[in-house]
Design a protein around this ligand. Structure first.
Ligand SMILES: Nc1ncnc2c1ncn2[C@@H]1O[C@H](COP(=O)(O)OP(=O)(O)OP(=O)(O)O)[C@@H](O)[C@H]1O
Ligand SMILES: [Mg+2]
Length: 241
């Protein structure tokens, strides 16, 4: 192995280690939030339920304030669950990519009122942990961008096996933007590209911001070594290159 190859292998290993360390830290924060703050919110809701039982003896303005407090604490519990799900890569490991993606999309639809269509036509056994997490994080950032920037009414998500690639596509019918002109805006798209390259993949963002068919499409392609479904009936090794 020549020196240049050795150096670039070392750099790739270091970047991968940094990404994994970050994932572990996010998982820890998610657990702490869930077990600490989550339990406090649950306890507060239980106490408020006791107060609500005696609501008949309270003045009207106190009843109204109490109802607002119950709604706010309830909303906080919902928000916290959403944050924990978003932080934790454990969700992908526990549920598998398909169910983790479904849960993310259901949250997105509930929060934004957007119509969401999801299809997964790829066997999870062809995905290693790094590739599954990469797809989940790219989907997460794409949905975050749609809710923050796109004003879309529809989102179409597909995870498919095409030839020797796994392809994630996330399309919205929102405002669109000029990908060549985002300048110093944010680091989400750059982060998605970096994640894609770490698993040997590529990320493409196609967007139209004028005319009738405006919207944005994020395409992530990850190569797989063995053929999906094995036309020759052989079993796949499931490694990403
Ligand atoms: N689906 C989308 N619809 C419309 N505009 C988008 C969409 N996705 C990205 N953009 C535009 O591209 C810019 C860059 O996106 P990027 O994710 O890199 O950064 P950000 O979302 O602004 O910030 P960050 O992700 O770092 O919190 C956004 O500021 C927005 O103008
Ligand atoms: Mg973003």
């Amino acid at each position: 192995m020549d020196e240049a190859t050795h150096t670039s292998d070392n750099a790739a290993a270091l970047t991968r280690a940094a990404v994994m360390a970050r994932e572990q830290e996010l998982a820890r924060v998610s657990r702490d939030l869930h077990d600490g703050l989550g339990q406090l919110i649950t306890a507060t809701l239980l106490d408020l339920a006791v107060v609500e039982k005696h609501i008949g003896v309270l003045p009207t303005e106190v009843v109204a304030a109490l109802e607002r407090a119950v709604q706010a604490v309830d909303a906080s519990a919902h928000e916290l669950r959403w944050i924990c799900r978003g932080l934790g890569s454990a969700q992908v490991a526990q549920l598998g990519l398909k169910r983790a993606a479904e849960s993310l999309l259901q949250d997105h639809a509930e929060r934004t009122g957007t119509r969401v269509h999801f299809e997964m036509d790829a066997d999870e056994e062809f995905l290693d942990d790094h590739a599954a997490l990469c797809i989940f994080r790219v989907l997460q950032e794409s949905l975050g961008n749609i809710s923050r920037h796109a004003c879309a009414s529809c989102v179409d998500v597909g995870i498919r096996c095409c030839e020797k690639e796994l392809v994630l596509s996330v399309s919205d019918n929102g405002s669109g933007f000029d990908p060549g002109n985002v300048g110093e805006h944010g680091s989400g798209i750059a982060g998605m590209r970096e994640r894609a390259s770490l698993v040997g993949g590529q990320l493409e963002v196609v967007s139209i911001n004028s005319g009738v068919d405006h919207g944005t499409k994020v395409l992530l392609r990850i190569p797989i070594v063995s053929r999906c479904g094995g036309e020759d009936g052989s079993e796949g090794g499931g490694h990403t290159s």
